[in-house]
Design a protein around this ligand. Structure first.
Ligand code: PMT
Length: 220
C-alpha cells in the first residue's frame, strides 16, 4: 500500500526571524512512517521543521508552512495509485500572520496586536476532494489525530465526522507520557462507525504499528 504521512509542526513566519508554531517534534509521525515502511508499504513523509532522522525506506519531503504542507500532500496523493492511505499526525498551525515582512521588523515597526488569517485545513481539504472523485480514488483511507485537552472523545468524534475521516486517533495531550515531545503515547481509536478503542500507554512506535494495522484493515 502507499502511505502519505504528515509529521511535526508548521511554522508561520511574520518576518525572517519570528514565527508562530507549537511544540510538536515529529516523533509520532516519524514512528507511523517507520512502522508503515517496516510492513513493506511505500511511504512519503511530509515533515515540518524537525530534527529527526529519516526512517529507513521512507521518502521525505521537507516543508515549513501549512500552505507548503498542503501543496506537498496534494502532490503526493495525486501521484499515488488509488487506494492510498493518508495519516495526518502533523500539528498544523491553524492561523498565520496576515503579512510576512521581507526584513526583520524593528521594535518600533511592530504593533501590540498581530493580525492573523486562517490557514487551510489540510486533512479536511484532501478528504473532501477525494469524496468527489472517481470511486477508485475515493477509496483513499483518511486517518487524523486529535490533540485535545478536554472532552477528548466528543471532540474526536466531531472532528472525525466534520473532516470525513475513516478514523481519528484521539490524543489527550495533558496526560503524563502522552502527546508532544515524549516517546510514549496513550491514544484512543475513534472509528467512523462510532466504535471506540482505548489503548494503554505504549511507545509511539507501538502505537504507530497499531495504526498501520488498522489502516490495512480499513482499506476497502
Ligand atoms: O510530534 P510529537 O511531538 O510526537 O507530538 C505528537 C502530536 C501530539 C503532535 C500528535 O500525536 C497529534 O496529536 N497530532 C495532531 C495535532 C493536531 O493538530 O490536532 P488537531 O486536533 O488540531 O487537528 C485535527 C487533525 O486535523 C489532525 O490530524 C491535524 O493533522 C489535521 N489538521 C489540523 C489543522 C489544519 N490546519 N490542517 C490539518 O490537516
Amino acid at each position: 500500500m502507499k502511505f502519505v504521512v504528515t509529521a511535526g509542526p508548521t511554522r508561520e513566519y511574520l518576518d525572517p526571524v519570528r514565527f508562530l508554531s507549537n511544540p510538536s517534534t515529529g516523533k509520532m509521525g516519524f514512528a507511523v512512517a517507520r512502522a508503515a515502511a517496516m510492513r513493506g508499504h511505500e511511504v512519503a513523509l511530509v515533515a515540518g521543521p524537525v530534527t529527526l532522522k529519516t526512517p529507513k525506506g521512507v521518502r521525505r519531503i521537507d516543508v515549513t508552512s501549512a500552505r507548503e504542507m498542503l501543496a506537498a500532500v496534494e502532490r503526493e496523493l495525486s501521484r499515488q495509485a488509488p487506494g492510498a492511505v493518508f495519516v495526518s499526525t502533523a500539528a498544523v498551525a491553524d492561523w498565520r500572520p496576515a503579512k510576512c515582512a521581507a526584513r526583520k521588523l524593528k521594535k518600533g515597526q511592530m504593533s501590540d496586536t498581530l493580525k492573523l488569517v486562517r490557514n487551510p485545513d489540510i486533512l479536511k481539504t484532501v478528504a473532501r476532494r477525494a469524496k468527489h472523485q472517481a470511486p477508485a480514488r475515493a477509496s483513499t483511507v483518511f486517518v487524523g489525530f486529535a490533540a485535545e485537552t478536554n472532552d477528548v472523545i466528543a471532540e474526536a468524534r466531531r472532528k472525525c465526522r466534520e473532516k470525513n475521516l475513516d478514523m481519528i486517533v484521539a490524543n489527550d495531550v495533558t496526560e503524563k507520557g502522552s502527546g508532544f515531545g515524549v516517546d510514549t503515547n496513550r491514544v484512543t481509536f475513534v472509528r467512523k462507525d462510532g466504535s471506540v478503542e482505548r489503548l494503554p500507554l505504549m511507545t509511539k512506535l507501538a502505537v504507530a504499528r497499531r495504526i498501520v494495522r488498522e489502516c490495512e484493515d480499513l482499506r476497502p
